[in-house]
Design a protein around this ligand. Structure first.
Ligand SMILES: [Zn+2]
Length: 287
C-alpha cells in the first residue's frame, strides 16, 4: 500500500497512529507522562541503549526532578497511552546530571530518532504559538484558549486566531540525465540542495515554483508535479515538495540568495541535505 504521506520526521504520520493531539479532547490519561522539555531548539533526553528516551514524571502531572526555572506545562497530546507534556527551559538553565540536550535541528546533525524529532517539533511549535499568541494581534488585549482547539480568542474584541503555518515550496529541476542543484554560502563546503521559497499572496503553488526557480537560478520550468510534503517546525513552515522539468534559459543565480547553482549528472550528485529533510528525500527518490 502506498503510504498516505512521506514518512519523514516532523510529519505526524511518522508516529503511525500512536499519537492523538490534545486539541481533539478526550480525557487526560492518569499515568505519569512523557516530558518534552525544550531549551533553545534542544530536547532534554536520557541516553538509553544506542539512542535516547524522554524523561517521565514521577506523578501524573509532575515534571521530572532537577529542572529549576521550568516554564508552564502544556498538554501536547497522548502518545501510546501516556500524556506528553511540553515545557520550556530558560536558555541559561543547566542540564541536570544524566540528561543530554540534543539538538532538534537536522542541519546541526541531530542524533534523535524520528519519533522524538516529530514530538519535539510539535513541542517547539506549541511553545512558539504560546509565546506569540498571549495577546490579540488586533487590539492587544489578553487572549484565552478556545476549548478543544489550539486557537485563542481575544477577551476584548473577540477576534479568534489559530497557529500559523507558512507554506513554502521546494523543487528539484530535472533535464534528462541531469539535475539542477544550488547552494548557499553559509552551508558546509561542497553541499548542494534544492531551490525553495515562501508562497506569496495571490500565488498558486505551481506559480511559486516557477517564480522561485526563475528568481534564484534564472531558468524556466514546466510540468510541475507535487511529490510530497513535510511539516518543518523552524519555526512554522509546511514544505511542499515538487519536481519540475527544465524548459529553457541559462543559469543566472541570485547572488543575495545563493553562492552557486549548476547541473549535476544523475548518479553523480554532491553531498546533499540531511536524511531528515524533504530536500534529501526528493533528491534520493527523484534525483
Ligand atoms: Zn482583540
Amino acid at each position: 500500500m502506498t503510504p498516505l504521506s512521506v514518512y519523514l520526521p516532523f510529519n505526524l504520520d511518522c508516529l503511525r497512529g500512536e499519537f492523538t493531539p490534545a486539541k481533539r479532547g478526550g480525557s487526560l490519561p492518569a499515568v505519569a507522562g512523557h516530558w518534552l522539555i525544550v531549551r533553545d531548539q534542544k530536547l532534554m533526553v536520557l541516553p538509553e541503549g544506542e539512542g535516547f528516551r524522554l524523561p517521565t514524571g514521577s506523578r501524573p502531572q509532575d515534571p521530572p526532578p532537577g529542572f529549576p526555572g521550568l516554564g508552564p506545562r502544556h498538554w501536547l497530546g497522548t502518545w501510546a497511552g501516556a500524556p506528553c507534556w511540553v515545557a520550556a527551559l530558560p536558555k541559561d538553565a543547566r542540564v541536570p546530571d544524566g540528561f543530554q540536550a540534543e539538538t532538534l535541528v537536522p542541519m546541526q546533525g541531530t542524533k534523535l530518532a524520528d519519533d522524538l524529532l516529530t514530538l519535539g517539533g510539535m513541542a517547539m511549535q506549541l511553545l512558539y504559538w504560546e509565546s506569540t499568541s498571549g495577546h490579540c494581534p488586533r487590539c492587544g488585549a489578553p487572549t484565552e484558549r478556545l476549548e478543544g482547539e489550539w486557537g485563542k480568542r481575544c477577551d476584548g474584541c473577540r477576534y479568534e486566531h489559530y497557529p500559523h503555518l507558512h507554506p513554502a515550496v521546494i523543487v528539484l529541476v530535472r533535464d534528462g540525465d541531469r539535475v539542477l542543484l544550488a547552494r548557499k554560502a553559509i552551508w558546509a563546503p561542497g553541499r548542494y540542495a534544492l531551490v525553495a521559497g515562501f508562497v506569496d499572496n495571490g500565488e498558486s503553488l505551481e506559480g511559486c515554483v516557477a517564480r522561485e526557480v526563475k528568481e534564484e537560478v534564472g531558468v524556466d520550468v514546466k510540468d510541475v508535479q507535487y511529490v510530497g510534503s513535510q511539516n518543518w517546525p523552524f519555526p512554522s513552515q509546511i514544505m511542499i515538495g515538487f519536481i519540475a522539468s527544465y524548459a529553457g534559459g541559462e543559469i543566472a543565480i541570485d547572488r543575495e540568495e545563493l553562492e552557486d547553482a549548476r547541473w549535476f549528472p544523475r548518479g553523480k550528485l554532491p553531498t546533499g541535505p540531511a536524511r531528515h529533510s524533504i530536500a534529501g528525500w526528493i533528491i534520493r527518490n527523484f534525483g
